[in-house]
Design a protein around this ligand. Sequence first.
Ligand code: ADP
Ligand code: ASP
Ligand code: MG
Length: 417
Amino acid sequence: MEVYKFGGASVHNANNIRQLAKIVSSAPRPLVVVISAMGKTTNALERIVDSYFFHNSDWLEELDKLRQYHYSIARELFEYGHGIFHILDSLFSRLKKQLHSQPSMNYDYDYDRIVHFGELLSTTIISHYLNDIGIKNIWIDALSVIKTDSNYRQANIDWDATKQLIQEKINFHGTDLYITQGFIASDHNSQPVTLGREGSDFSAAIFAWALDGDRMTVWKDVDGIYSADPRYYPGARRFDRLSYRETIELAYYGAKVIHPKTLKPLKDKSIPLHVRSFLFPDKGGTIITDFAQDLEPRMPVVIVKEQQTLISVSHLDGSFITEPDMELIFSLINRHKINNNVMQRSALSLSFCVDYHRVHLPSLIEALKRHFLVKYNTDLRLITIRHYDNETIKKMTAGKEVLLHQQSRSNAYFVVR
Ligand code: ADP
Ligand code: ASP
Ligand code: MG
């Protein structure tokens, strides 16, 4: 069996959904199709969570826009009076009911209870559309098959329970095609959880792993993995082949094209991953498997992470930063679920470069300030160059102020403004 995954961009309007139908209709069977929320729905839901959690009423207007967006796509795909409109009504009233209840004290818990609706909406529309045009499929609620702990917003998979549930529910009796959601799951109390932004790639890998898939294909708005984001670096070149190991590294340092957790379950079962273009399926793509050579062709790879904050902590009295200090700092970073990308230690300070988060980053900084002198710069960029050479370093740092620089045998990092 195979697993296909379609991201937000590949389902962001009716035309793209028709293109998805074309790809799925000629795909091998049995097949599981994992789909993200449509377009920028998750970003919109995040704005809704913020205004709900902080008690302002902006969410009403935002929710209305989201509703209009989904209904306008549905109106292009279905006839007036089609049953789908009732189903969408009931999903939106469930979401609205949630938003009319009191927020809890836990931002991440509320986040998951609201944000998971994006994937429910997209897969409901697409599953019905495919059935209507003769591509018969069964819709699976990912909450009922992917089980996790209660680490809301970044839940960890319970692999044994998940495998058992997926194998029970996705047994291909009476159908050869299932449609399900990426990014969302549920904990052992059946509360909705999410797996981290961009987590649909990871969900697809969980299904491929649990069902011993022969191959997983992610259909993107790019025709493979490039030596840099082709949207910003037109000179970037596509890799024909990458090893799992190399892809894990690229994803870990922030190449947005694939979620870093995707590779491990595939590697464990030697399931090849194909990255292909949903608009130009004939253009080939990148194949990722157990290749002996890490990347082909071999060249420097540039990975840029935006919205970075560089934090430096030291003692108010000028004493050394000790191991127990580091233990405290890392436990605070971990408790606030902030992603730490590079760090550097000197006698008197520890500097680290972290991802931005609207709620958790200010609260981490406040917590650090209770123990240390804290300085920070926001809106920075982290440039990682794998397999670096001088020419690429020069090109990427020209005209930039470098706030932190680190080099290992295979990677060079620059935190720049
Ligand atoms: P999905 O819709 O499946 O979630 P993403 O938007 O997460 O897809 O990933 C595709 C995007 O990743 C592309 O539009 C591209 O701009 C970006 N990207 C960043 N780095 C790379 C890279 N090295 N190779 C290809 N695409 C990249
Ligand atoms: N919809 C989620 C997000 O935008 C998951 C994904 O697209 O992979 O992060
Ligand atoms: Mg993505």
